[in-house]
Design a protein around this ligand. Structure first.
Ligand code: GLU
Length: 312
């Protein structure tokens, strides 16, 4: 009888925000998340992080383009694609569970910046100074006439510890953070926790620009009684000049690369090399899945070869 090696019931995922086309750095993250999931026998899910209706509507068609890129790379997924814009009820249900820990916050960004102490030296975060934590009922009623409130969760500035598979140990104080914005849209840090649990995601592989949000998300999962996934944050991709890839580098899109003569096997070779998994110039996802090894992933940024950025 053949024994199955697939004992894992969890999943990995890729969850782009559809505001601009995926650039090469995003494609690399997607491939890494896929390989980590498949190598460990996990399912792999796609999610469209389209919480912010206005921004997303302004960039209509982007989500379809992103999903098409994933298909062209061969990153198969299990189950339906989840759209955050369909998940309002789930977020509201989760929020209801926390109702005794949540308070209305009327502060503008500017007020917070003025009241907060200097940003955290290491990550530039400005912890919320707690201005609205103790408002009286009368104050709240008054302020509601002036502006709609955001909702923050009371954290008691707990220090949260976790070990990231790539970035190592992190400990970070968690301030009272926003879980629903003043325009009524649920905050990314809240929705991501509800959705990862819903999709049974127990392995989160993403870019390390989200590392500083991770203690909040892990802490929030615990508050909701949800499992905390394993996290692995990939060092950023930077241009040949050492600056990080930004929106403008959406120009290094799959379409552009294919127009320039890149084939999918060559791109997978390039991405596989950048992840330390292969020396082959051309490869495929099955081979990379076999070769996947956390210990081979470089812990420093991937510096793009100049020919990829030229003419951008
Ligand atoms: N949608 C987020 C982004 O594109 C990523 C969310 C996540 O991986 O947790 O930056």
């Amino acid at each position: 009888m053949r024994r199955t090696v697939n004992q894992v019931t969890g999943a990995g995922r890729f969850a782009p925000t559809p505001t601009s086309p995926l650039h090469l750095g995003n494609l690399r993250t997607a491939v890494a998340a896929y390989l980590a999931a498949r190598h460990s026998g996990r399912q792999f899910h796609w999610r469209v992080d389209d919480l912010d209706r206005d921004r997303i509507q302004a960039a209509r068609g982007i989500a379809e383009g992103q999903l098409d890129d994933l298909t062209r790379l061969g990153l198969t997924h299990d189950g339906p694609v989840l759209y955050q814009s369909d998940r309002e009820l789930a977020y509201q249900t989760a929020l209801d569970q926390l109702s005794d820990r949540v308070y209305e916050c009327f502060c503008s960004r500017r007020e917070i910046a003025l009241a907060a102490q200097a940003p955290h030296a290491s990550d530039g975060l400005r912890p919320y100074p707690g201005t609205c934590r103790q408002l009286s009922t009368a104050d709240r009623e008054q302020l509601r006439q002036e502006r709609p409130p955001a909702l923050r969760i009371r954290t008691d500035d707990v220090v949260y510890w976790l070990t990231d598979r790539l970035a190592g140990p992190i400990d970070q104080p968690i301030d009272d953070f926003v879980i629903r914005r003043s325009d009524g849209i649920f905050a990314y840090n809240f929705a991501v926790v509800v959705d990862d649990a819903y999709q049974r995601v127990d392995q989160v592989v993403r870019g390390d620009d989200l590392l500083s949000s991770t203690p909040r998300q892990a802490w929030l999962a615990e508050q909701l009684g949800l499992p905390v996934p394993d996290y692995a944050h990939l060092p950023l991709v930077v241009g040949p000049d050492g600056t990080r890839l930004a929106k403008r580098d959406g120009a290094i899109s799959l379409d552009r690369l294919i127009n320039q003569g890149w084939t999918v096997p060559r791109l997978l070779g390039l991405i596989g090399q950048s992840l330390g998994l292969t020396s082959a110039d051309e490869t495929d996802l099955a081979a990379l899945t076999d070769q996947f090894d956390w210990d081979r992933i470089p812990l420093k940024p991937w510096v793009l070869p100049p020919e990829l950025v030229a003419g951008n």
